[in-house]
Design a protein around this ligand. Sequence first.
Ligand SMILES: Cc1cc2nc3c(=O)[nH]c(=O)nc-3n(C[C@H](O)[C@H](O)[C@H](O)COP(=O)(O)OP(=O)(O)OC[C@H]3O[C@@H](n4cnc5c(N)ncnc54)[C@H](O)[C@@H]3O)c2cc1C
Length: 439
Amino acid sequence: MATSAHQLDSSINNTWYEDTACVSFSAPLFKGKEDCDTLIIGGGLAGLALQSMLSEHQIYCLLLEEKNIASGASGINGGFCTPGWSVDQLELENRVGLSKASQLYSISLAGFEWMQELCQKFDPAISQVKHGVLKAHSSKQKIKLESKVHKFNEKYDANIQFLTEDELSQYLISPRYDYGLLDLHSFQFNPLNVIRSLAVKVQSKTGKIFEDSKVTNVESYKGGYRASTSCGGIIHAKRVVFCTGGHFSNLGVSSLYKKLFSLQTSIAVTEPLSKIFSGTISSNVAIHDDRRAGNYFRILPDNRLLWGRDIRSIGNQTRIQIIRDTRRDLKFFFPQRRKFFDDLKIDYGWSGKLGYSSNFMPYVCCEKSNLFLLTGFGGHGMNAAPAAASLVKDAILGDQSKMQAFEYFFPTWNGGIFGRYAAEIYIRWLKICDQMNMN
Ligand SMILES: Cc1cc2nc3c(=O)[nH]c(=O)nc-3n(C[C@H](O)[C@H](O)[C@H](O)COP(=O)(O)OP(=O)(O)OC[C@H]3O[C@@H](n4cnc5c(N)ncnc54)[C@H](O)[C@@H]3O)c2cc1C
């Protein structure tokens, strides 16, 4: 059989998650005509979490996914699950005050707990949960950092441990990092296995997930909405919820595509590491750093290194470029292992899209009558998406009060093409600042 361009392309861009997945999921195309209460557009964590929550309240909803479930950011990400949002919590306090920031933190914590409970429902070999997330700091200001953590723990009833240089070296040996903040409550997991397992559960309960079913248009219709799909289907829905992540497009009635930025970040995965590397990065914790365009990395269950890096608003990187830049990064962060990384094979390289608003907080709101936005989680969606889904679920059930916590972050224009270039300039500026701090 001849190999089509599409097959070739997808095999080149396969992720480690896809190649090692131990859960499969498939759903039919949406054809024909159907009426429902709620139409959910997008089969990532946001859409599935919402459908799972609504199905417990017997709300009849359909979920339509353009490609496959979890083929967006939700099934290809770093697999870190921590409380909070894309915006740093202390920065949130500056923006909205302590009381509102605390309310937002509690909401994010509820999403974190929801995700943790979800993972516990599945076999550990599927969820691959491991507790412990370390934030590596390149800051030289020990006292300032220690006091910041202390205040954070007090205000948010958290238990983040400050690690001195010596303590940090038990987890990470790199001259680029000086201190660490260790959170033993947060965890790493396998997002593709977990989200597919969630889809299997939701599908067996509702039977209403559809794949390869792109929604191409949504318009107002008799007090509700009428959606058309790429395969000729028509849906009449009382409500519509946009859960389209960084993959938004002009779908008619929503102006979401004018209000979000689609950014990209990439991940590379090495071949299994030899013993020589042991001790350089601990396999007990997942690690991210304090750079503004930060790195995130962890040792996978088959002893490979997953290295997440970069953020950009313009231009896609090829697999080869991702691998090349990752190797360069690894040699920079671990100069004592330069030779090792020169010889190491990097087996995977992929990138994914993130939806960001200009204030870096998600859109969790009713854009117009019965048309909800549940999107824009940026690089911090694994707790945030279910947290926000729960608020939208409450709003659909008639209680819009909790969603008011997001009133401050109303949708604003993204500046069109100029906005994209402005975002790219801003990101490059952040990268230069990071570079200057590290040298
Ligand atoms: C490389 C990478 C690493 C990351 N690492 C982490 C991490 O470690 N921890 C963390 O918390 N977050 C991380 N994130 C962010 C996190 O993955 C996202 O915030 C989260 O997955 C967003 O979920 P979502 O459901 O909103 O979007 P997505 O998962 O992107 O789902 C949106 C879906 O909508 C579908 N869609 C779009 N348009 C249509 C349409 N017209 N019709 C039908 N379907 C449509 C898309 O096909 C897609 O499947 C990372 C993201 C990336 C890309």
